[in-house]
Design a protein around this ligand. Structure first.
Ligand code: AMP
Ligand code: MG
Length: 534
């Protein structure tokens, strides 16, 4: 049952509602599915849930909000973050946004199952928006139920926090709560729907504004509102931007979005993260990874790999395409704000700055992944020939780069050099002689290059180990945790949270979590590819 309390002295949170107070909302208060015109959001309360059970919380995300672990374990916590307890100072709302999905304009989308509770300002004066995902229908739910199931919620909860500890810009996740509801999902889209446990994740972010929030207003020619949203975004999330004119500030803002997006993509590429659904409604203007759906991590290094079954044909959102897809989305954002800028050339220049930032930072990152400390003329060639080689036989990207740090510059024996990285091959016996010899030649070149590197092996290894994680959230690890929670055992979630607190450190007692994907997981649903069903 849902309770609304005005006096909530035992709840250690107080909410502000800048987004809802400063921007125009939907005049219609009915929670019916519709086109919402002339508004940035609709006020809507979460749907109460029958039996909230806390599966896990992130103590780090909680600390950002000023919440202690004791408070996370207090009874009110699961009531507030399941949507059962509405505090008097909350003004829950769902955002209106649109988006380009798989290259096509999809019109109004909006928070169809996410409800923002409001904002918390922490002791460091940082603003966090708290959002429940899977909290029931909103005016933007279209034909869906507004709910989320355990498997996708767990994947979002753990991955958000893992990404944070990997140093990748991301929205965060505070809690994972089972609702006690059963939710019907046709996981394989093959006409066999089944009931699954329902769950709610509380996500936190300085802002959940997406490219699509601007696109919807522009598509409707609601240019005053578009400008209002842009001013609001700059004021709150880009306070460092000052300019001689409005147009100048808007352009600076767009250039900054390009820069932040480029940096986020570089990080994804560094760790082999594939988002899977880079639609423009899933792109944060803060350059944060948002909306964890059918994402995945490269196991075998294959730039054409996509984790999303819906994307299997076109491979639009495969690993190697991510830099281009981000730029394509930025172009949609540029189109959306064009009516406020009215100068094509400057927007084109900003888009070009995305490409340059990405290129420059990606090259630097690749150099860091290889531990190239000094700069040499043929480094680019050394790097590109390696990436080419990695595609020739199924080679685990994470293990390969991690183990590459162990190359000993005094080792001249090709077999011994190869042995250093051999754990990364999925079918070592199937590698043909030509490829083996190419790999050895590359390792020799690399060793010779390292001799001119001006860094001792141990120092180089330490540096490489800060950019090449030991542990990533391999798809089969996620599936094992989901299976356990479904049996009522939540311990694996804690174990994974703990593992990902230090993804760059050797954790000998957890080495099995760094192992390459076991054969049983190769084609198992959830372990290889995922559908969008969530
Ligand atoms: P996604 O592809 O998950 O980013 O979702 C695209 C749009 O569909 C977003 O507007 C979501 O809020 C909405 N959506 C996804 N799943 C549901 C659901 N179960 N109920 C209502 N809306 C949903
Ligand atoms: Mg989305």
């Amino acid at each position: 049952m849902q309770t609304i309390v005005t006096d909530h002295s035992e709840v250690a949170l107080s909410f502000e509602n800048q987004f809802a107070n400063e921007l125009p909302g939907d005049q219609d208060m009915e929670n019916t599915r519709r086109q919402v015109i002339g508004a940035c959001y609709s006020l809507v309360a979460p749907t109460p849930v029958p039996a909230p059970a806390l599966v896990a919380y992130s103590k780090e995300a909680a600390a950002e909000l000023g919440l202690s672990e004791e408070e996370c374990r207090a009874p009110w916590f699961k009531d507030v973050f399941s949507g059962n307890l509405i505090l008097g100072d909350m003004k829950p709302y769902a955002m209106c946004y649109g988006g380009h999905q798989f290259g096509n304009w999809a019109g109004q989308l909006g928070d169809g199952r996410a409800i923002n509770l409001g904002e918390i300002v922490n002791a460091a004066n940082q603003r966090w928006t708290l959002q429940l995902k899977g909290a029931g229908p909103t005016p933007y739910s279209r034909s869906a139920d507004g709910l989320a199931v355990l498997r996708s919620s767990l994947r979002e909860f753990i991955c958000s926090e893992a990404m944070y500890h990997l140093g990748i810009p991301t929205t965060r996740a505070l809690s994972l709560i089972l609702t006690g509801d059963q939710v019907l999902r046709d996981m394989f889209y093959d006409g066999h729907p089944e009931l699954e446990p329902g769950a709610v994740v509380c996500r936190t972010s300085p802002s959940f504004i997406r490219f699509g929030n601007f696109e919807i207003l522009s598509s409707r020619k609601e240019y005053d509102l578009l400008e209002q949203l842009l001013r609001f975004t700059i004021k709150n999330d880009f306070p460092e931007i000052h300019g001689s004119s409005d147009v100048d500030r808007y352009l600076q803002w767009f250039t900054e979005v390009c820069r932040k997006t480029a940096q986020m993509i570089v990080h994804w590429m560094r760790v082999g993260f594939v988002h899977g659904v880079m639609n423009s409604d899933n792109m944060s203007v803060l350059g944060l990874t948002i909306d964890y759906g059918p994402y995945g991590w490269l196991e075998g290094y294959d730039p054409t790999w996509t984790p999303n079954t819906t994307d299997a044909q076109g491979r639009r959102y495969c690993y190697g395409n991510q830099p281009y897809m981000a730029q394509w989305n930025l172009m949609q954002l540029a189109n959306a704000i064009y009516p406020l800028i009215k100068e094509e050339k400057v927007l084109q220049e900003a888009l070009e700055s995305y490409r340059l930032t990405f290129q420059e930072e990606w090259q630097q990152t690749l150099r860091a992944k290889l531990g190239l400390h000094t700069d040499e003329k043929h480094d680019d060639q050394l790097i590109s020939s390696l990436l080419e080689l990695l595609t020739k036989t199924e080679t685990d990207m994470t293990i390969f780069f991690r183990d590459l740090a162990n190359v000993d510059v005094s080792e001249k024996d090709g077999d011994k050099l190869l042995h250093i990285v051999s754990e990364s091959f999925y079918s070592p016996d199937a590698i043909d002689d030509e490829h083996l010899s190419n790999l050895k030649s590359w390792l020799h070149l690399y060793r010779l290059r390292l001799l001119r590197n001006d860094l001792a092996d141990e120092q180089r290894k330490q540096k490489m180990n800060r950019v090449n994680p030991k542990y990533v959230f391999r798809n089969y690890l996620a599936q094992q945790a989901i299976d356990k929670v479904q049996e009522g055992d939540y311990s694996e979630v804690e174990e994974l949270l703990e593992l990902f607190r230090n993804p760059y450190d050797e954790q000998p007692e957890r080495h099995h979590c760094a192992a390459k994907r076991p054969e049983w997981a190769r084609n198992k649903p959830g372990c290889s590819m995922l559908s969008c069903s969530s």
